[in-house]
Design a protein around this ligand. Structure first.
Ligand SMILES: [Zn+2]
Length: 208
């Protein structure tokens, strides 16, 4: 089945390209880093291929993988593909996943020594689906960075199974993963996270 030439895939590639360029313009995906993906159906997703300048992202830079991370189109997937597909496998409601390497996420996750960042008291917490008040504590787990993506993916999935109300996580010295039911929601969650992480980093500097 030539799924990669279906209209669904072409549309997904256009959406990822548009959002990816926007994210790059914010400075959250420097030096060809980051990956963005969009679920196509219950068996596969469209995802960026590795090493592409996200400021010049084009539909030809998007490929299709199954939910085990295996390529369906001829390109070679990024090693981090599994961190996207394991989220789609974990939760059928997840429709899009965005991963960025912003300076703030990188710095803040290095400065914080614990395994958890608590975001609380911010009006912007209401940007996350289902949160209706600033009187909320949003827990953001911090995982140690690793090049062994299968082991990292296993640890993250284990965490999410016991903490389903999670909107994203940090990888120390690396970046942020967040998601949503569709690309618009994932995009909103990403922008809210980047704003709140910026606030936390500024507060840490002021309080030192
Ligand atoms: Zn990464």
């Amino acid at each position: 089945m030539a799924i990669y030439i279906t209209r669904d895939f072409q549309r997904a590639a256009e959406v990822i390209t548009f959002v990816g360029r926007e994210i790059h313009a914010h400075g959250w995906s420097a030096a060809a880093s980051s990956n963005y993906s969009l679920r196509l159906n219950s068996e596969c997703c469209a995802i960026t291929t590795p090493g592409k300048d996200k400021g010049k992202l084009a539909p030809r830079d998007i490929m299709v993988v199954d939910l085990d991370g295996h390529p369906i189109t001829p390109q070679t997937p990024s090693p981090e593909t599994l961190l996207h597909t394991s989220l789609y496998q974990h939760n059928p409601q997840i429709g899009a996943v965005l991963h960025t390497h912003s300076k703030t996420a990188t710095l803040l996750s290095r400065l914080l020594k614990g395994q958890m960042l608590l975001l609380e008291g911010y009006e912007l917490l209401k940007a996350f689906a289902g949160i209706t008040t600033h009187e909320t504590v949003l827990r953001v787990p911090i995982f140690e960075n690793s090049q062994e993506i299968d082991k990292l993916s296993f640890r993250i999935t284990q965490y999410l199974q016991q903490a389903p109300q999670t909107y994203g996580y940090l990888i120390r010295g690396h970046g942020l993963y967040t998601w949503g039911k569709d690309m618009a929601e994932a995009r909103r969650h990403l922008e809210a996270f980047e704003f709140l992480l910026d606030c936390e980093l500024e507060m840490l500097k002021i309080n030192r």
